[in-house]
Write a protein that binds this ligand. Structure first.
Ligand SMILES: Nc1ncnc2c1ncn2[C@@H]1O[C@H](COP(=O)(O)OP(=O)(O)OP(=O)(O)O)[C@@H](O)[C@H]1O
Ligand SMILES: [Mg+2]
Length: 249
């Protein structure tokens, strides 16, 4: 190897352009075989670096979103849950609903796939570098309560309000007292017509007054969530129990 080649590798290493080092030899060969110009060769080489940066960025967006698992639309068996319209779910992964600042509510009993589908849409968003965050309703409220006690509620609300897509999982599983309901209302109000929110719940909307232990606040939350929203009502068997159901049939 000549000394300029060695120096070039050292330079690329120094600049941490690891992909360019990895693909240097093959790119030189390709250049010679195809009589590529200097500009085209450099472009080809830098593309390797850019591709890797994009992949890393995508992975980091997915990591930051804190999904409970990595389940995507391709992992969802639509034939098991016929009340879910595959086309509609795929349309959500195009993220048009986020551009329009619309919400999605997944409603249905345990195990029908609400968290799975909400996560799939979230992963699609994070992969396209849309700031996304997944949190269980109970954890969200605990965090807001803690922030309030520590006199930093406003900052915390702003933090949750900034995500282009916020997924609030499991509304209605645990009761929420009226004070805590007000904290949740503040967040929903901040996001209303500004950012998209996906909610999963096992309680129909009539029961929300009981969940939030204050019908007025529950109504104000529902009003804002549902104003520009698609409600996906999943009626079917629990996937968790599918093997038990099969053996009973
Ligand atoms: N149609 C499906 N195809 C493949 N896997 C599914 C399907 N529906 C659910 N699952 C899987 O079954 C498990 C339960 O689904 P999920 O957690 O989405 O249910 P859920 O509706 O959120 O229930 P809960 O109300 O109890 O939280 C998960 O592991 C999920 O990936
Ligand atoms: Mg769930």
């Amino acid at each position: 190897m000549n000394s300029s080649y060695t120096k070039l590798v050292e330079n690329l290493d120094y600049l941490k352009l690891t992909q360019m080092v990895t693909h240097l030899d093959e790119t030189i060969d390709f250049m010679n075989n195809n009589q590529l110009s200097f500009v085209d060769t450099l472009m080809k080489l830098t593309d390797y670096e850019i591709d890797m940066k994009e992949i890393n960025m995508m992975k980091s967006m997915v990591r930051v979103a804190a999904f409970p698992h990595h389940k995507e639309v391709k992992d969802f068996d639509f034939s098991f849950q016929p009340s879910v319209n595959k086309k509609q779910i795929l349309d959500f992964t195009s993220l048009r609903f986020i551009e329009r600042k619309e919400n999605i509510v997944f409603l249905g009993s345990s195990g029908v796939g609400k968290t799975h589908l909400a996560t799939s849409i979230g992963i699609a968003a994070a992969k396209k570098r849309t700031s996304t965050y997944f949190i269980k309703c109970n954890d969200l409220i605990l965090n807001l309560k803690k922030a309030k006690l520590e006199n930093r509620l406003e900052n915390r609300l702003k933090h949750y309000a900034k995500y282009k897509l916020l997924i609030v999982d499991e509304i209605g599983y645990l009761p929420i007292n009226a004070d805590d309901a007000k904290l949740f209302f503040q967040l929903i109000d901040l996001r209303y017509e500004e950012k998209s929110t996906i909610i999963t719940t096992n309680s129909n909307f009539k029961a929300w007054g009981d969940i939030f232990q204050d019908p007025k606040i529950a109504n104000a939350i529902l009003d804002r969530v549902l104003h520009h929203a698609t409600v996906i009502n999943i009626v079917g068997d629990s996937y968790r129990l599918k093997d038990h159901i099969k053996s009973e049939k």
